[in-house]
Design a protein around this ligand. Structure first.
Ligand code: PRP
Ligand code: URA
Length: 208
């Protein structure tokens, strides 16, 4: 049974409000999206397994703990890239896979155009990152691609989602835990999240 977590941390809420503001420019928007990614990753990785090692401090040898499992970050291009640095700063040993998707503007169907993953997918915890989960089509296709490569521990990291998309993902992939900064009201008639934050890729990269 998958778990849906919506973060109610004041820092995340505050930064998301600034990101939603249409007057927030590209530079601040990109910084905010990255910062939220980092704050979310801190919580999402809380239950990662650790293993005991021996470390020699300047004083003596002691038993200590390090992460026991590899971590792979997989952004859905383009907008997913916006959260990667924030997460990678926390876990610099994480490998990064990429999956390219675009949504047909009329049908809203996703199309995969690129995929490259590290070979450690089956034994890793995989953070699938997409700031915007609207119909859920892009994420569903990306999860299928990850599972095809053997990924078993998949955690979906989103900024803002519509209930319609989350419902589809929960139904199709009950083994994938979902973490969001906010669950918004609905989709509008052209498939945008309401109230949302507009087109995330365009706001990150200045392509509007
Ligand atoms: C956006 C967004 C998600 C997708 C969400 O990407 O980043 O990947 O739409 O929509 P869905 O849940 O209905 O599939 P877009 O296709 O606009 O591509 P971009 O990131 O390259 O701008
Ligand atoms: N993609 C976006 O960037 N924003 C939305 O609201 C929906 C899909």
């Amino acid at each position: 049974m998958s778990k849906l977590t919506i973060f109610e941390h004041p820092l995340i809420t505050h930064k998301l409000t600034l990101a939603r503001d249409e007057n927030t420019g590209m530079r601040d928007f990109r910084a905010l999206v990255n910062e939220i990614g980092g704050l979310m990753a801190y919580e999402i990785t809380r239950d990662l397994p650790v293993k005991e090692v021996t470390v020699k401090t300047p004083i003596c040898e002691t038993k200590a703990f390090v992460l026991a499992k590899e971590l792979v970050i997989v952004p859905i291009l383009r907008a997913g890239i916006g959260m990667v640095d924030g997460i990678h700063n926390l876990i610099p040993t994480a490998k990064i896979g990429h999956i390219g998707m675009y949504r047909d503007e009329v049908t809203l169907e996703p199309h995969e155009y690129y995929a490259k993953f590290p070979k450690e997918m089956p034994e890793s915890s995989v953070l699938l990152v997409d700031p915007m989960i609207a119909t859920g089509g892009s994420v569903l296709m990306a999860i299928d691609a990850l599972k095809k490569r053997g990924a078993k521990d998949i955690r979906l990291v989103g900024l803002v989602a519509a209930p319609e998309g989350i419902k589809r993902i929960l139904e199709k992939h009950p083994d994938v835990d979902i973490y969001l900064a906010a669950l918004d009201e609905k989709l509008n008639e052209v498939g945008y999240i309401v109230p949302g934050l507009g087109d995330c890729g365009d706001r990150l990269f200045g392509t509007k």
